[in-house]
Design a protein around this ligand. Structure first.
Ligand SMILES: C[S@@+](CC[C@H](N)C(=O)[O-])C[C@H]1O[C@@H](n2cnc3c(N)ncnc32)[C@H](O)[C@@H]1O
Length: 372
């Protein structure tokens, strides 16, 4: 039987299937507006040609096996059992294609993300939105939306009717975002969504015309400096504030500690910066980019605090964290393998606590006098 997760909106995010597996009713529901850029319908795109799974049974969680099996995903890492993969690769995919995020990973982290986001940034945001001229509702663009967790978290924190425009380059994830979108705001007003497939690196102020707010979650650290600059320019050009949550800060605390913690953390951070991605430099880069346009920028911590109640997420995160470190520094492999086994055993025994530091950033761009 297929495993599904019920979301706050009442929709479901299938744990395994691609768009082809959606029922007729969910397909209809997903066929929200968006014109030529709306979510790709079942059968037209997405990984229905088959997800290439990791070779072999890696349930032993060996770092060596993990590294050999597939590339790791920054900030998330690989998972080794079918249905638990953080990234998926399509058969016939070009090796240069960007990684695609598994909905299972996004689902696994959604609760911890919701608990971590900085509520302190909500009041200044509410004030800004309340002062928008002549508005009966807000239009919110969520960039790199994945399966839409940001909307499911934020929509019930804001009053009034909301229209969400969900952007991602992955039509498979956009499908799930549309199906499981939030339905009502804090005061019960209507929430509607549309999806847009596209690359953030090509976002223009035109794409944000009429926007009241741009949001993102767990995105900045996987962008390049140029992509962050493009995002800041688009928001500034549209005079639109941006709430950019859960960027990795590059700091992790594990309790009890282990002599290898620091080496793994440093190797992981170096791995994050590969291929020009910002990794732990993302928030500083974004703050600078928005400030250059005269925006007021506030940054607040938003750490994951993972204890025995989050052991599934912690285990998955550990596999990815250590796997990335070893991919970056293969000479760590033998020691890291032992380290991971010990850490996973402690996690399963409920004896491990982890704080993974993140930052949330609110940029209040100067209004342009237009819609926003
Ligand atoms: C770590 S996931 C986060 C998803 C979601 N915001 C969440 O918090 O669950 C990053 C998302 O950004 C998307 N993404 C990354 N780079 C992108 C780009 N350049 N253009 C469009 N989408 C991008 C990925 O497809 C993925 O859905």
């Amino acid at each position: 039987m297929r495993k599904t997760a019920t979301t706050q909106s009442g929709g479901t995010i299938p744990a395994q299937p691609g768009p082809r597996d959606a029922t007729d009713s969910t397909r209809r529901e997903a066929a929200v507006s968006g014109g030529s850029s709306s979510v790709v319908a079942a059968g037209e795109s997405g990984p229905q040609s088959g997800i290439v799974s990791a070779e072999g049974d890696m349930s032993g969680a060996s770092v060596s096996a993990a590294v050999d099996a597939d590339a790791v995903i920054l900030g998330a890492g690989p998972s080794f059992r079918p249905g638990e993969r953080a990234t998926v690769r399509l058969r016939d995919a070009d090796p240069d294609d960007p990684p695609r995020y598994a909905p299972e990973w996004l689902e696994l982290r959604e609760g911890a993300d919701a608990a971590a986001r900085a509520h302190d940034l909500l009041d200044p945001l509410r004030i800004r939105l309340a002062n928008l001229p002549g508005r009966s509702g807000v239009v919110i663009h969520d960039v790199g939306c994945g399966t839409g967790s940001m909307g499911r978290w934020l929509a019930p924190h804001l009053d009034g009717s909301q229209h969400w425009v969900l952007h991602d380059r992955d039509p498979y994830l956009l499908h799930f975002a549309a199906v499981a979108s939030p339905r009502s705001s804090a005061d019960g007003s209507r929430v509607t969504v549309e999806t847009r497939r596209g690359d953030i690196g090509r976002l223009t102020p035109d794409a944000l015309v009429g926007a009241s707010l741009v949001t993102a979650s767990a995105l900045l650290d996987v962008l390049t400096r140029e992509e962050v600059a493009t995002l800041a320019a688009a928001c500034a050009g549209a005079g639109c504030p941006a709430l950019l949550t859960l960027s990795v800060a590059g700091r992790v605390e594990l309790s009890p500690s282990d002599p290898l913690d620091t080496e793994i953390a440093e190797a992981f951070n170096a791995h994050q910066r590969r291929s020009g991605m910002l990794g732990p430099d993302a928030v500083t880069a974004a703050a600078e980019a928005f400030s250059e346009y005269g925006a007021t920028v506030q940054v607040h911590p938003s750490p994951w605090r993972l204890g025995p109640g989050e052991s599934a997420l912690t285990a998955q995160w550990l596999r990815g964290w250590v796997g990335a470190a070893v991919e970056q520094r293969p000479e760590l492999r033998e020691r890291a393998d032992r380290y991971l086994q010990d850490r996973l055993a402690a996690c399963e025994a409920g004896e491990l606590h982890v704080v993974v530091h993140h930052s949330d950033l609110l940029a209040l761009c100067r209004p342009t006098g237009g819609a926003s």
